[in-house]
Design a protein around this ligand. Structure first.
Ligand SMILES: [Zn+2]
Length: 301
């Protein structure tokens, strides 16, 4: 996961507007498109021609205005592959009107999917789910659920069942049974239980809520709205954002593995105080910054 922009509402010298790229085996999932997102993509060497899905949380300019420039850049570089875009229904209208007015002449088809609570689509690597966030306008949070992996393969068990190393082993590792000397060997005889894939959550702009706590349960990495510090809790409440402590409390309740704070108000030149406050509640917390790249490990169990 690479953070291309970590500011709230207005950009600062160090922080661009919200955009996060998740990369997995050549696939890119871009979450929100703050202005300048395509420059961030160039800086972080995120290819714009491959399989890509864009998830938009809500229709505030700072989360969506960068999409026009991004689509323009993709067209200028002759993208051909369809681009999937998920977001609130009115996003499609905005895209249609602006791309027409600006004579964008897209070189690729856009497949629009309206965001609704539940599974919104499947990509090559993930099942994408949406839930309602709690913001000043209609807003969504997303989780990316990676497909599960087959269990650990035990070579000794395969050998003792007379399965020779090579092609038959790879079949069993991929979950397919094999026949050796007229006898059937099933994957369950030579592998451990199936292992879950990774789960990544992104809140977008929101207040914490019990619904989101359930939605983000046991995320391996959760990225959460952390616009304010604890002393500005009233502002967070008024503007329908969260403080870093509220993000940490939700992370703790949801039993996530790691929390990344983002979407910082321009009033904080340093995010150190926000992280310190959050860590008192949930230790495994980091502050995102533009260009930060976090790798998400598989759970060890
Ligand atoms: Zn915002």
């Amino acid at each position: 996961m690479t953070f291309l922009g970590t500011s709230a509402a207005v950009p600062t010298k160090a922080r661009a507007l919200p955009a996060i790229a998740v990369r997995r085996e050549g696939e890119v999932i871009l979450m929100d498109c703050g202005e300048g997102v395509q420059r961030g993509a160039v800086e972080e060497s995120i290819g714009l021609g491959g399989p890509m899905t864009i998830l938009i949380t809500h229709l505030h300019g700072d989360h969506v205005a960068g999409m026009l420039g991004l689509l323009q850049t993709m067209s200028l570089s002759q993208r051909r592959r369809p681009l999937r875009i998920v977001g609130p229904r009115r996003l499609l209208k905005w895209l249609e009107v602006t791309s027409d007015l600006l004579h964008m002449g897209l070189t690729f088809p856009v497949e629009f999917v309206e965001a609704k609570p539940g599974v919104v689509l499947r990509t090559p690597g993930f099942r994408v789910k949406a839930a309602r966030a709690s913001h000043s306008i209609e807003a969504f949070s997303y989780v990316l659920e990676e497909k599960g992996r087959p269990g650990v393969f035990y070579p000794d068990r395969a050998k003792s069942l007379g399965v020779p190393e090579g092609r038959l082993w790879s079949s069993l590792q991929r979950g397919r049974g094999v026949t050796v000397g007229g006898r059937r060997v099933e994957p369950s005889q030579v592998t451990g239980p199936p292992r879950p894939g990774r789960k990544i959550g992104y809140s977008g702009d929101t207040r914490p809520s019990p619904g989101l706590t359930r939605f983000f349960a046991r995320c391996d990495l959760l990225v959460f709205d952390s616009t304010f510090g604890a002393k500005d809790g009233v502002k967070a409440l008024d503007r329908k954002h969260s403080t870093s402590v509220e993000a940490a409390e939700l992370a703790k309740k949801a039993a996530v593995r790691k929390l990344a704070l983002t979407h910082f108000s321009a009033r904080y030149t340093s995010t150190a105080g926000l992280v310190r406050e959050a860590r008192r509640v949930f230790q495994n917390t980091v502050a995102a910054r533009d260009g930060l790249c976090l790798s998400v490990d598989y759970p060890s169990a």
